[in-house]
Design a protein around this ligand. Structure first.
Ligand code: WTA
Length: 566
């Protein structure tokens, strides 16, 4: 396997082995004010504490095709104080869940920090979610309020979530809704509610292979991990212009779109508008982006647009490119070396880990095709199904020794699910299969469960299946991830329809629309196949792996538990 020379040996981290041998998480905590005061609030550490020294520095730079809006650290601090005052006035208190369901905008970030300041728990949701997607998540953790935008508020299932008392609406509140914009008149000072390191920080909903989406709860302590990985992996320095392309509805958009840069005193770039190669390159040029954290699907799409397009833009500000969310093909790295004159640094982690766990560091030679090595202070291993560590080049379960600061604290109301991750205590089992090579580099092999990864987004088959069977003509459905050269995987649904129903192309389109409109566009199948019966275990569970193997023309493996339809 080829190995590329280190991109930047002069990085913040310097030599990997040296950093690993001397690193202690206890030392990182010294960079925070709570280490002196004993009082913790993530919003204070990310924003307010910088005001004295960096008050006039840009914290948020928002760009859409027409305009640019910037907020300095001081402005963000004051605006989020106002929002915190509004929340208190509305009777929202510590520990309450507050959903953020907004298009990307400065307001989204103001709301996020305002919620944190009163020690309520923000639950950011991707704006593409529709009613059913919202209902599953809201009925799980009973929010008291939603911060939203006029254009999205009609999707909120207000009547079906009894806990939900308050809608705070930007750009046009009506009736009993509270106007976001009114918060501007409120007091601009606020003393954050002080917490301990183990108190809640936020919840992200994510999908598993069974059941509804899970609410992954993180603790305040997570910011220690965000800060240090921001420093050593994103290599953030005070003059950097940083752009993380992920939406705050996903964990990458909060851990690395908000916390890692701001905790390091570096501003974050936010763009509005769908992905297009031109818009993205223009963003890099307009903002002068130096560090760019993105995803393989986007890079593959950019690669598809070719190098000529690049010559229309000035991308010379870029000094570090990173990627997350799905396997990064070696081909993309080689192309980037030509097109951007630098490699892509792959990073691996999950919603549950809260921070990057395995990565290619700027100072370390990259092996294209490998996710890299564990972060200093993180121990990773490959274990078998009994929890025994495997040797070099043996494929098994990718596991991490528990205790890193950003590790999830719990799964909302689902202790048993949480414990499943630690069935090989002290190892956290990721659900990914991987192996480690003779040089200690980790390589991704696949998921061990049925979770689908489409364009870097994690989609649970159960959620899509549940939506499909809500359609009046559908009896049953099973959903798999089908390999795709650009998106990594696409969603394919196998559908059993009621007797006598015409299995037409129109019905396929209708079902796709049905999922799009009810759940979310990114969760909609791209392919549908009608089938007479679904393969099932004797206990009646759908065997998605059988469908997948058939689809790929692979050996069906051990089918001893199989029953109907196999
Ligand atoms: C996958 C995203 C290959 C993996 C931060 C993991 C990756 C899941 C990589 C988590 C990578 C993430 N190479 N696969 N570099 N990074 N994944 O929770 O299957 O949305 O378990 O978190 O994405 O997805 P999640």
């Amino acid at each position: 396997m080829d190995k590329l020379a280190a991109h930047n040996p002069e990085s913040n981290m310097g030599d990997y082995d040296k950093a690993r041998s001397t690193f202690r998480w206890e030392d990182v905590a010294k960079n925070f004010e709570f280490s002196v005061t004993g009082k913790v609030n993530a919003a204070y550490e990310a924003v307010d504490r910088h005001v004295e020294e960096l008050g006039d520095k840009i914290a948020l730079r928002f760009l859409d095709d027409e305009k640019e809006v910037t907020y300095t650290f001081r402005e963000l601090s004051v605006a989020s104080n106002r929002f915190a005052n509004l929340l208190l006035e509305l009777g929202i208190k510590q520990g309450d869940r507050v959903f953020i369901f907004m298009p990307r905008s400065i307001e989204l970030y103001v709301a996020f920090f305002g919620i944190l300041k009163i020690a309520a728990i923000p639950v950011p949701l991707f704006e593409a979610f529709m009613r059913a997607g919202l209902l599953d998540r809201m009925s799980d953790c009973d929010p008291v309020a939603v911060v939203t935008h006029n254009s999205l508020k009609d999707r909120i299932p207000r009547d079906e979530v009894p806990s939900l008392k308050t809608l705070i609406v930007a750009d046009g509140a009506e009736g009993d809704e509270i106007s976001f914009d009114e918060n501007r008149t409120r007091k601009g000072t606020f003393e954050p509610v002080w917490l301990g390191l183990d108190d809640p920080l936020l919840i992200h909903y994510t999908s598993g292979s069974t059941g509804k989406p899970k609410g992954v709860l993180h603790a305040q302590r997570a910011i220690i991990g965000h800060y240090q990985t921001g420093k050593w992996i994103l290599d953030l320095k005070k003059d950097d212009v940083y752009w993380c392309t992920a939406d705050p509805g996903w964990v990458t958009g909060t851990s690395y779109g908000i916390f890692a840069p701001l905790l390091n005193g570096v501003g974050t770039t936010i763009i509005r508008g769908r992905f297009t190669a031109k818009r993205w390159y223009r963003t890099i040029e307009r903002a002068g982006v130096t560090v760019w954290y993105t995803a393989p699907t986007a890079l593959r799409l950019l690669m598809g647009k070719g190098e000529e397009l690049i010559s229309e833009f000035d991308l010379s500000s870029l000094r570090l490119i990173l990627s997350v969310g799905e396997p990064l093909n070696p081909e993309v790295i080689h192309w980037a070396l030509k097109a951007y004159k630098q490699p892509i640094h792959d990073t691996w982690w999950m919603t549950e880990t809260g921070m990057i766990m395995i990565s290619n560091y700027p100072s370390m030679p990259i092996k294209p095709g490998s996710m890299g090595k564990p972060f200093p202070g993180v121990e990773a291993a490959i274990i078998d199904d009994e929890g025994v560590e495997l040797g070099v080049n043996e494929v098994g379960n990718l596991a991490l020794k528990k205790g890193w600061p950003s590790m999830m604290k719990s799964i909302w109301k689902r202790d048993e699910k949480y414990r499943e991750y630690f069935r090989h205590d002290p190892w956290f089992t990721s659900g990914d299969a991987a192996y480690v090579d003779e040089d200690g580099y980790f390589h991704f092999h696949g998921r061990v469960d049925d979770v689908i990864n489409t364009a870097g987004e994690r989609v649970g088959p159960f959620e899509v299946e549940s939506r499909l069977v809500e359609h009046p003509l559908v009896v049953e459905a099973a959903v798999i991830g089908k390999p795709d050269p650009v998106r990594g995987e696409i969603i394919k649904a196998f559908v059993v329809v009621k007797e006598g129903v015409d299995e037409s192309e129109e019905l396929k389109s209708e079902l796709i629309e049905f999922v799009k409109k009810g759940l979310a566009a990114h969760a909609a199948p791209r392919e549908i196949e009608f089938i007479d019966t679904l393969p099932k275990t004797r206990s009646g569970k759908i065997m998605r792996r059988v469908l997948k193997a058939r689809e790929l023309g692979l050996d069906l493996g051990d089918l001893s538990g199989a029953g109907e339809g196999v």
